[in-house]
Design a binder for this molecule. Structure first.
Ligand SMILES: Nc1nc2c(c(=O)[nH]1)N[C@H]1C(S)=C(S)[C@@H](COP(=O)(O)OP(=O)(O)OC[C@H]3O[C@@H](n4cnc5c(N)ncnc54)[C@H](O)[C@@H]3O)O[C@H]1N2
Ligand code: MOO
Length: 412
C-alpha cells in the first residue's frame, strides 16, 4: 500500500509544505509594546507620521552662524548673542553679525546655516573667531533628511530588530502590530532518558535534546514549555500529546519517528490527526515528521542530537517564520571550503562546520570531521551548517558552498 501522505521528499518540497500549511494558519496580529517586540514579525506597514530629524538641528557642539558672515569677519569674529542647548527651543533668531552657542541636537536658530565646532573657534570678550573656513550647511542635520512624512519605513513581514524598534520609537510609536508568537510545547521521548543531574543505570543516557530544543526556541524569542519526558508507550504518548495539542500552537517532539518498534508518533498522527509529510531526503534528520493533532501543528524531530539541531535550524525555523508571516528569507552565505569533503550518499546534507573570515575578507568554512548524527561534540565545536546539495560528490578545498550560520550572521 502506498503512503497516504508525501514521504521521502526533497528538502525544498518539505519547506514548501511547511510554508503552505503555515500560511493557512498565520498567527493573528496583536499590539505589543516596543520592549516586548524584539524578534517579532510586523503585521502592518509602518508609515512615518513625523519627519526625522523633526527640525533642523546641530550635529556638533559649537556655534550656530551664517557661514558667509564668519568667513568674511576674519579676526573680528561674530558677536555671541545667546545660547540654545538640546531641549526646549528658545525660538532664537540670528541678527546680522551674530552667532549663538549651540550643542549637539539643539534646534538651529532661524537664519543660521552652519555650525562652527568648538575646536575650530576662539571665544573672547563676547565674540567668536573661527580658526578655519566654515562651509554652508556644515554640521547641520536637516529636518526630514533621514525620514520624510509618508515614507513607508517598515513593511508587514519585517522582523523587528533593535534598530527597527528604535526607529519606531523615534517616530513616536510606543507599540506595534505584530504577529502573535506561537506557543510551543516541547517533548523528549524515550525510556533511555534521564534528566542531567541524575545518575545513569546501564543503557540510560542523559536527556540532552531537551535543553537543546528549549534554547533553540528561546533564541527565536519564544517561551517554550517543556513537558516531562515521555516513555515509549503509545497510550501515554497519545494522552500527553493530545493534552498539549489543546493548548499550544505547535508541539515539537524528538525521538520516536523512525522505523523502530517503539517509534509510535507517525501512527499516532495518522490515526488521530494528519501527516503532512514524513521523511525528507536530508542528512541528518531523514525521519522528520510534520503533521497535525487537533488544532496544533506537530513537528516530530528525529532523536539523534545533531538531527535535532539540523532539522530545527532548517525546517523548524522555516515553520516558525511562516507562521508569523516573516517575508525576508534568512539569506544563506557562500563560503570557500578549507578542506575537501567526500560525499558518498545521495541525500542533501547539512554538515557541521566553522565559518570564519580570512584577512582578505573571504568567508571560509572548515567542515567538522565528526559527521555522524550522534556526534554532539562536533556540533558544539561548530558555528554553522554546510549545505551540500543532493547527489554524491567530491568537494575540493577552495570550492564554494552554501552555509547557514547558527546565529546572527546573514540574518540566521
Ligand atoms: N531501520 C532504521 N533505523 C533507523 C532509521 C531508519 O530509517 N531505519 N533512521 C535512523 C535515523 S537517520 C535516525 S535520525 C534515527 C531517528 O530515530 P528516532 O527519531 O526514532 O529517535 P530514537 O530512536 O528515539 O532515538 C535516536 C537516538 O537519539 C537518542 N536520543 C533520543 N532522544 C534523546 C534525547 N532527548 N537526548 C539525547 N539523545 C536522545 C536515542 O537514545 C538514540 O540514540 O533513527 C535511525 N534508525
Ligand atoms: O537522518 Mo539521521 O538524522 O542521519 O541520523
Amino acid at each position: 500500500m502506498t503512503d497516504p501522505f508525501p514521504t521521502r521528499i526533497a528538502f525544498d518540497d518539505a519547506l514548501a509544505i511547511l510554508a503552505r500549511v503555515a500560511a493557512d494558519r498565520r498567527l493573528e496580529s496583536v499590539r505589543q509594546p516596543l520592549s516586548r517586540a524584539h524578534g517579532a514579525v510586523l503585521a502592518a506597514d509602518l508609515v512615518a507620521g513625523l519627519p526625522l530629524p523633526g527640525f533642523d538641528n546641530s550635529a556638533m557642539d559649537g556655534y550656530a552662524l551664517r557661514a558667509a558672515e564668519i568667513n568674511a569677519a576674519g579676526a573680528a569674529g561674530l558677536r555671541l548673542a545667546g545660547e540654545q542647548f538640546a531641549g526646549p527651543s528658545h525660538g532664537l533668531v540670528l541678527g546680522a553679525g551674530e552667532c549663538t552657542r549651540i550643542t549637539t541636537g539643539a534646534p538651529m536658530p532661524a537664519g543660521a546655516d552652519a555650525v562652527l565646532i568648538k575646536e575650530d573657534a576662539r571665544e573672547a570678550d563676547g565674540r567668536v573667531v573661527a580658526t578655519t573656513t566654515v562651509a554652508p550647511g556644515a554640521h547641520v542635520r536637516r529636518a526630514g533628511e533621514d525620514v520624510a512624512v509618508g515614507d513607508r519605513v517598515l513593511q508587514a513581514g519585517d522582523v523587528l530588530t533593535p534598530a527597527r524598534l528604535s526607529l519606531a520609537a523615534a517616530l513616536g510609536h510606543d507599540g506595534l502590530e505584530v504577529h502573535r508568537r506561537p506557543t510551543v510545547a516541547v517533548f523528549t521521548t524515550g525510556d533511555e532518558l534521564r534528566p542531567p543531574g541524575q545518575p545513569l543505570a546501564p543503557g540510560e543516557i542523559h536527556d540532552s535534546n531537551r535543553v537543546l530544543l528549549q534554547t533553540l526556541l528561546m533564541a527565536e524569542g519564544l517561551e517554550p514549555v517543556a513537558w516531562p519526558v515521555l516513555p515509549d508507550d503509545p497510550e501515554r504518548m497519545r494522552t500527553a500529546l493530545r493534552d498539549a495539542a489543546f493548548s499550544f500552537d505547535l508541539v515539537i517532539t524528538c525521538g520516536g519517528v523512525s522505523a523502530g518498534e517503539k517509534d509510535h508518533l507517525p501512527a499516532l498522527l495518522r490515526e488521530q490527526g494528519e501527516v503532512y509529510f514524513w521523511k525528507v531526503r536530508m542528512k541528518p534528520g531523514m525521519p522528520v515528521l510534520f503533521g497535525r493533532l487537533g488544532e496544533a501543528l506537530v513537528l516530530g524531530l528525529p532523536g539523534n542530537p545533531v538531527s535535532v539541531l539540523a532539522t530545527f535550524l532548517t525546517l523548524g525555523r522555516g515553520l516558525l517564520d511562516a507562521l508569523q508571516g516573516r517575508t525576508a528569507p534568512r539569506p544563506p552565505l557562500r563560503a570557500e571550503l578549507l578542506t575537501p569533503i567526500a560525499k558518498p550518499h545521495a541525500r542533501l546534507e547539512f554538515m557541521r562546520g566553522n565559518l570564519s573570515c580570512s584577512d582578505a575578507g573571504q568567508l571560509q568554512v572548515r567542515p567538522n570531521p565528526a559527521v555522524a548524527s550522534h556526534r554532539l561534540r562536533g556540533a558544539a565545536d561548530a558555528n554553522a551548517l554546510i549545505r551540500l546539495p543532493e547527489g554524491a560528490a567530491d568537494y575540493a578545498a577552495g570550492d564554494r558552498v552554501e552555509v547557514l550560520a547558527f546565529g546572527g550572521l546573514g540574518g540566521l
